[in-house]
Every structure is written in C-alpha cells, then in structure tokens.
Ligand binder design. Sequence first.
Ligand SMILES: [Fe+2]
Length: 174
Amino acid sequence: MTLLKQPLPTAPRLDPLVSGIRAALNHRGDWQRTAQHAASELRRYLPAPEMLTGIPPGELLHVEPDGTFSIQAIVWPAGRITRIHDHVTWCVFGVIQGVLDEELFTLDGSGDCLVPVGRSTNATGAVNGFAPPGDIHRVANNAGRTAISIHVYGTDLSRIGSSALRSYDLPVRP
Ligand SMILES: [Fe+2]
C-alpha cells in the first residue's frame, strides 16, 4: 500500500532559505560537506524573528516534499537545557535571538563516561553545523532571556518527530 503524504506548507518568507538549502543538497557530498554548504546558506538567509510571527512554537517551518530536509524554529526559555544527545543526520542551526551555549562531548574508550571536547557560545547571528559521527552535544540557554534558533535537519521531521538518535545518561569526566 502506498501512503500519500501531504507536504506541509512552507512558512511565509522562507523561500530564499528553502531554495538555498536545495542548492546545498545538490552538491551531493558526504554529510560533513552537506552541513557546510547548508550552513553557508543559512548564514546568508538567516530569518529575522519577526518572520516567524504567528507560527506556533515548535511547528515545522518547512518539510521538503521529498523528505530530504526539514526546517524548524526552537524557542528556548531562559534556563532551558537539553539532555546530552546525538542525531540521526546532519544539522545546521542559527541563533536569531538571544544566546545559546553548546557543549560537545565524546565517549571515552570504555564507553561508560563522556569527555568534554569543546564548547561554544553562539550569539545572535551565529550559525553552526555538524554531522554524525562526533555530534554528541548539549545546548543550553544560560543568558537569562528567551532565545530562538532556526534548525535545518537532513531528514523528514514530520515522519520521525525528532532529530535525536540517543540520549547519554553518563557521568561527564571533569
Ligand atoms: Fe542536538
């Protein structure tokens, strides 16, 4: 049986970004290269917060009809912090309001604890990308005011719901 999937309507005014991501995917490199190209496009077409007016928080802004990528805005109340997790696919994200801190980790050789390998503070306008493997991270809004970020994931989030592959409830080696 074939299930017909109705494409979600694209949020208004995001057409240049959607076109840019399509162009990035046409390079057909590996996930690292795709993330780099997609980050360049997101940097060029990073939406302003006003462009999301009227869109419910958490709603997908765009799902590509062939399922190759999705665009999502995430609202981060002050103090929000994710679990430590990795991802099913490449991702690029840009901060369009506020500041987000990101910590990167790797599993130690035994696999029973995590080792911090980097951290970054991403102010408004910052764009970053990553691709598995080596994508274990945690994101937090420590800035005391609401932050908003735009994420592009290389998958159909309307089908799988979340980009997170695994959560890591492991001690972090100091
Ligand atoms: Fe993540």
